[in-house]
Design a protein around this ligand. Sequence first.
Ligand SMILES: Nc1ncnc2c1ncn2[C@@H]1O[C@H](COP(=O)(O)OP(=O)(O)OP(=O)(O)O)[C@@H](O)[C@H]1O
Ligand SMILES: [Mg+2]
Length: 744
Amino acid sequence: MSEIHSFGNLPIIAHSWNKDRTQIAVSLGKNDVRIYQKVASKWKLTHTLCEHLSRVLAIDWAPKTNQIVTASADYNAYVWTFENDIWKPQMVELQRTSRAVCCAKWSPEENKFAIGSSDKNVAVCYYEKDQRFWAAEMIKKKPKSTVTCIAWHPNNQLLAIGSCDYRCRIYSAFVKTVDEQARTSNWGKITNTGELLHEFQSESGWIHDVAFSPLGDNIAWVSHNSIIFAVTADNPSRITMEITSYLPFRCIIFMNESTIIVGGHEFSPLIYNYDQRNGTIDFLEKLDRQETSTGRQSIGRLFDQPAMQTQTPEPVSTHQSMITQIVPYQKENGNLKEIVIEAGQELRGDVDETLTVELRSGKAEIFGTELAIGQKYQFTSGMKFAIFTYWGCTVNIISPHEDYYVARDENPMHIYLNVHGMLEQLRQKAETEKTRGPRIMVTGLPDVGKSTVCRMLVNWAARLGRTPILVDLDVGQNQISIPGTIAAMVVRRPASVEEGFRIEMPLVFHYGYKTPGENIGLYNEIISSMAMYVNIRSENVEKSLISGVVVNTCGYIRQEGYESFKHVAKTFDVDIIIVLDSEWLSTKLTSDLPGVKVITLPKSGGVVPKDAAKDKFRENKIREYFYGPRNNICPHVFTIEFNEIKIYKIGAPQIPDSCLPAGMILKNPYNKILPIAASPALMHHVLAVSSSNDPEQLLAKNILGFVVVQQVDSEKRTLTLLSPQPNVKNKLLIVSDISFVDMK
Ligand SMILES: Nc1ncnc2c1ncn2[C@@H]1O[C@H](COP(=O)(O)OP(=O)(O)OP(=O)(O)O)[C@@H](O)[C@H]1O
Ligand SMILES: [Mg+2]
């Protein structure tokens, strides 16, 4: 969809929008800059900036500071500030510039701007507060021809320029007076202003425009011979280029890290995909999809036939002439913000769509996993996270929404870290005295951050080289396996920020429901089986014994739920119970479990209950199981005959006493193992593949994996299953109450 804004019949040489796009500054190739304002959906000329003596070639409107920089063929640049309804100009002190100033651009933080000129000068300009003028630091290692274009890196300290000597260069634009300290850069060490970091040689062809990707990892430029070039910071010696058959390009921007838009003499903007890994730039589509009436003219044909040189292509697109400039009108996906998080503070996110985080300096962690400097972490819709920093740090965030904030409230991270310190002391003691390390159980009401605290405690332990066993009894949001299970694993390294724990040889038991209350008897019974295995493991592996056990529980604390907590504490023989945010529960557990140390901790203000998010979490967890955390695994879909497998259900339905014959007492049916016939009622249900060959042992044995019923053909007596394996490893399957509809 396109919107057309018209400003007369003259070509627009340069334009720039104000912050909310209600105003636009345009140069129509004259000495002035015209500012139009949208009034009742019409553009009204409100100001004319007249100070230049020749054609205005570049305009850039800084959205936050509301200042405009203009550059002109009169060798000058001006900064315009809006005061009392008047745009006031101030000339920039460009020393030694005695040719046209062709380009000017504000840095992302708007505390400096850069200009490029026909006499090969590049200057980084900033405001000299004391002397109250715009000063310029000239770049010493100048290009060898006219500087045509400029792009700023998102870190505010690198500058890319393109010039008529067929080269694109990256310079340090660090200015001591305005930048407190040099920032980290993936393009090399940033030192003094004007230090040349990279020089990329193109094929012959003037470079008309250059752009950095939103995160600054990629750079691309276009040249007059219709070639698009791109380089990635990981491998700056490899220049990828795409020789196109289109008319010369004049401008280029990145939409995201890989999508490029170019425009120029072709009239229609063209979209390309830059695949940095494979080193390719592929045409995707024309932004303006209208077809040509006479067929496209290639640049080759134009130059072959001199008669056509003056002939312009037929206006077949929304644009009626050459595209001179592309500027993002509205950034939907690429709002990059640099945020400083003070020591002890937390930046919290609740992701609406997608969000990317990059640690730029300092140290920080997400739920106990350290962030690496310069690495990008991506979160998708529904995910919540908190970046905590003990020492202070700076992060870049890209998100189309303001779905994050720095929490100023007291956060309990220091208290949690103290608990970790205490546990580590107990581990050290166990190591010296050759005894058992601490066994902790984390409890509390629903949505107080129990699973998160467990994740942090095992992550911190793993960072010290410990290998604690994490037992997750949270059947609703299990961190180790899919919902409806209880699971345990040895944590050898911290969880991945985006994908959670790397699951190696987990021990998984089938339960089949998303809350313990659905069948509390069964829940307790499989907890006993799990505890037995965990006890054996920790007794046999010294490192596990010393590292201890962390048990996560469900927030189910009604009468039978509370009894279940006690059952967990006893079967796992826990030494310490952490109760989150409930004095009442702490008091009760202290009196009911003498000999166990009960600690009450506050919950974090970042934990906010969200039921819809839980459903999404469950669905994602099952999807991840089949398709991989990055959607990079292709599961199998196959058909199996009814008689090739045996399906069981655990737990008979509760029958009210009134329905039973008088005097009959039904034995507790919670752990009844009932064979069931395959039928359409199984559609979309998860089936757990048991490791047992004996139906009587289904409860006591762990699970090998899961399949989902995708189709039931009662006539052919077949089931179609979605499975990570090409077959079913064992013939005994247990049906779960949890279902998964594969929308792929
Ligand atoms: N400090 C924090 N800032 C922002 N979000 C957080 C923070 N701590 C936890 N969360 C998020 O809050 C949500 C609930 O936390 P968590 O799952 O740990 O609670 P829980 O007590 O285990 O819940 P349940 O009772 O359902 O088991 C999770 O999505 C988690 O990522
Ligand atoms: Mg939980």
